[in-house]
Design a binder for this molecule. Sequence first.
Ligand code: ADP
Length: 459
Amino acid sequence: MRNLTAKFSATFITIMVASSIIAFFLSNYYYQHILKPLNDEKNTKIAVEIATFAEKHPEIHIDDYLDQVSRTGYQIYLVSQQEEEQFFGTPYRVKYLPKKTIEDVLSGKTYHGIEQFPTGTFITGFFANELINTIGVPLTIGGHHYAMFVRPDIKLLFNEMHVLFGWLLLLTILLSILFVMISTKFLIKPIHTLTNATKKLKRGDFSIELDIHRHDEIGQLALHFTDMAHKLERMIELRKEFTSNITHDIQSPLSNIKGYIQLLQNDSLREEERQQYLQIIESETNRLSKMTKQLLILNSLEQSKDLLKKKKYNVAHQLKDLIRSYQWKTYEQNIMISYSLPDTMIMADPELLQHVWENLFTNAMKYNHDGGSIDITLAENETNIIISFKDTGIGLSDEEKERIFDRFYRVDASRSKKVEGTGLGLSIVQSVIMLHNGKIHVESTKEEGTTFIIHLPKL
Ligand code: ADP
């Protein structure tokens, strides 16, 4: 069952029905095996007492006497040897009694109709207003033999039955409580498991595998919880990785700079060498400066969405301006640029999107072949503006594609390491696009080229 409310309701309804059925069967067992023989015994005693009193007091007229007795709550059937019948008290609903039974009682035997009453009739048999559900005793008055059949009438029985109904109710309540306790334990168990998992998480242990396979809300909670724990673990790993990368990426240009400054202190250095070292120092300083700027951007992007300074502007103009500003570089690298950029209005932060386009464009140049090409397109569908940057560069393997958006990741191939970079550019691109509720994905084939496709929601 997928819904917890339905599960709770079904459980409690089942408990109530099951408790009532079990209580009914237990009470029935109590009636069949304990109450029925006891009742038979008690009524036999009463019947014998009625008969004995009548026999000892022949002066009292039997009809009057039995009429009096019946008024105290009994149904009596008197039959003589000559088959003269008389009924006293509330009439019987079924007046059938085998002839053999009457003959047996007339011959002095006691008839235990209450105890022998069919067991199939459950507790209701107790109330069966039938002549066979009686106690039969012999009676002799003034030399005349009679058979007398007695049973308490329904009013009297109801009085006695309240004990049985009391038991039935008590049993139902007790069984319900017991079942509710058991089922609650079962329902609550996964919550205990989850509580223990949170404690484990608090201690910094992320190896959480919950043994909860349910389809309801608790199952969903367990699923999301495991997912969250794994994500948290990955985040902490990334943070550690990030710190160690940052230390390494700042440390290596710094030690380069330090090394070249030491070399520059050597007076015997040729002018040519001096210029070369100064160039390296400048390039390393630029790299450090770019990296700190990018880290600042990344950090501020992480802060909040309120940071976005959105405005409505023509994104095609922005892209064309960018292409124009890099024209000298494309000439230098002998790269052909083509584009299809129809005027399109967008509601976005122009400064942040500028970082995105610049990064994708410079990457398309950096990781391109000499004489390669770049194609930039802008299109729109019903909901999105779609921008793509396609190059004919070195391409990416599937594994590299998976990782290029990770911070500090640079494809570890001499080709891409030759060019300057920090490995932070695409992380910024992804964060900016996500802040705009957009999507970015990459298609690439090794040695053929790469295409970055961006979907941004319209206005
Ligand atoms: P970088 O500063 O190194 O360019 P990025 O985050 O912009 O950092 O890119 C990460 C890595 O992804 C790059 O180092 C490069 O290996 C790979 N890459 C990015 N763009 C392209 C592209 N257009 N073609 C091939 N590889 C690319």
